[in-house]
Design a protein around this ligand. Sequence first.
Ligand SMILES: Cc1cc2nc3c(=O)[nH]c(=O)nc-3n(C[C@H](O)[C@H](O)[C@H](O)COP(=O)(O)OP(=O)(O)OC[C@H]3O[C@@H](n4cnc5c(N)ncnc54)[C@H](O)[C@@H]3O)c2cc1C
Length: 452
Amino acid sequence: MPTFDFDLFVIGGGSGGVRAARMAAQHGARVGLAEAAELGGTCVNVGCIPKKLYSYAAGYAESFEESAGYGWKLPEAPQFDWAYLKTQRAKEISRLNGVYASLLMNSGVTLVTGWAQLVDGHTIEVDGKRHTARHLLVATGGTPYVPEMPGREHIVTSDAMFDLAPFPKRLLVVGGGYIACEFASIFNGLGAKVTQLHRRAHLLTGFDDDVRQFVANEMGKAGIEVRLNVEVASIARGSHGLVVTLARGQQVEADTVLFATGRVPNTQGLGLEAAGVALDERGAIAVDAHYRSSVPSIYAVGDVSTRVQLTPVALAEAMVVVDALFGKGKRALDYEYIPTAVFTHPNIGTCGYTELDARARFGEVAVFSTEFKSLRHTLSGRGERTFMKLVVHKATDRVVGLHMVGADAGEIVQGFAVAMRAGATKALFDSTVGIHPTAAEEFVTMREPMPG
Ligand SMILES: Cc1cc2nc3c(=O)[nH]c(=O)nc-3n(C[C@H](O)[C@H](O)[C@H](O)COP(=O)(O)OP(=O)(O)OC[C@H]3O[C@@H](n4cnc5c(N)ncnc54)[C@H](O)[C@@H]3O)c2cc1C
């Protein structure tokens, strides 16, 4: 039996890597983890957490505005201090980095700081020092993708958005995915003049078509100029800021240009080829249902290998690997009915199938939807509206799609996701008593299906 320094060595201290390392160590395994940057990875440092904090910051602008309708007289117009928000965010993120370090240390994980490379199926090298392990886990995440184009050096990616200096008075967002939409909403709320360009006919590919149209309309009402079917040709620095030239010749000026045009797996400079780890057609590490790569001792979880790039998915995949290697045994993760939220203003919450996908998968479906002004906005004076939709498989009455655009949609949909995973039928929704007065109660009071 060969002897190894560790039972498991993890490359990457982000969502998936930290969870796997910590849980494996709690099972008594000898675990090492290499991280080249701050602990916590994308989610903690440049993703979910700072993004949500900034989304809260943007939400106050709406609240100040709405409060007048409820009798509040503000002594003077509220002022926003971008430098203060950045400092507060940095403090909180650094606290979280520390929490992650303590979690690892308290579980007995050996933390190695530096860039890790695979040498072979059982060996990695960090700063010239080699470590061996019975099992290796690659959890190196992903990175923003920016297409080649003239003037590419002038743009920023989502990684830079949290520390921009100065605050951009005019922000141009290129992209139509959830990250693009969220940053457009956040900076619009914080006071920037935001233009969002997308090369397709609708924002948010992969979401339900009604949701896509509804949210684009709400974002427009909130002040974002959403321009669809446009392609960027080049970017140059002009005398009054950046000049973005579109494929059809028009020009748009901005102080900051954010390209949120997708993400690619972090597979470069890892020694994957040397170790014989195969990639799939997207350039991600190819894994089987148990996250094992083409090299039996090397596993991969999270954004470097998965198709569902979300923190809770990376965590769940990590747990599958740990259970198989050190715990209860082999099991597979169920990717159906994974709920998700988009923190646009208003938020999107969604679980299960879009109407289109449900028709393709189940055949006949019934669709229930409603659109209304929430009670809050009867006095607030804002024109924001809420949208809800249920997609029901006719043959079984099971609710297979649930979609919402409106305040706190993410908070609301999480609970419904449990019911949907349990196979809740429309009849069960109908027999559930609503909570009044809430927006969420509409999900249990929609009675008439849409015609067709
Ligand atoms: C702007 C933005 C907003 C997001 N919002 C959400 C959200 O609201 N909800 C949600 O669920 N998900 C969100 N995500 C996605 C989420 O952040 C990722 O799915 C998640 O972080 C993936 O975890 P991971 O463990 O695969 O990788 P990461 O968390 O990216 O961790 C990878 C780590 O590996 C390290 N690393 C890479 N290569 C090496 C190496 N060779 N040696 C040592 N260390 C290395 C990196 O420094 C990094 O710390 C967001 C992402 C972005 C960009």
